[in-house]
Design a protein. Sequence first.
Length: 264
Amino acid sequence: MLGRVLRRLAGATLLGLLTWAATWASAASADKAVTFMSAAGGLDIRGYLAKPEGRGPFPAVVLLHSCLGLPANRQSMEAEMTGWGYVALFVDDFGPRGLKETCAVDFPEGASDAYGALAFLASLAYVDSSRIAAVGFSQGADTALAITASGRNSAFAIPGGPAFKAAASFYPPCANRSDAELQLPTLILVGAQDTVTPAADCRQLAKRQPGVVELVVYPGVGHGFDLPEFAGGRRVLGMELKYDRETAEQSWLELKRFLAKRLR
């Protein structure tokens, strides 16, 4: 099912090349490469870990990349999170598997890797295991919705153990979860003019579950509204991508507000 949507999103592979405006974060925080086992077992997954100054325990965020892989500005995104007071773990699904991209195929392994990251974070003394969220972009946003759709009923959930407390999705393919009953507080951010992952699908998802989904639809903007490299707008592989600075800043303020509310 995901593969069908991702084939439509082939042009969105550039979402893995996210570049954030310099005003969004100060100098990138130092991160370190770590490994942890996928919740499905049998494979060590790579991740990049960054933490705020101090001993904690801190809330934490698992960051899930697009179908192209890790963004080029991974560290600046982590710096934004650590600046807010969160431990950030960016999951690299592709490196250990020798993959370049998965934009035209299903990638169900994203969920097991995310739960492996959850278990890893929960094992760290400076992480509050009761306050961990998933934040995804594009393909990773679909994984974030899969997490909130399954909740503790996921095949990868740890019985009696740590669980995700909330999830946020930047322009997810909401049609993939059209029949889902979301189990966790969920933030969805999408442009009203998005022709790749239509806002209408997300409106339908949110309408059925008031109080669970917080949907923010940004008028007049389309896909890639938070990508500064598309300032002025560009057509890429059949997709219209256009950066909107005000919307980009608003979306991260929404994320900051949501995380503060749900992980307080």
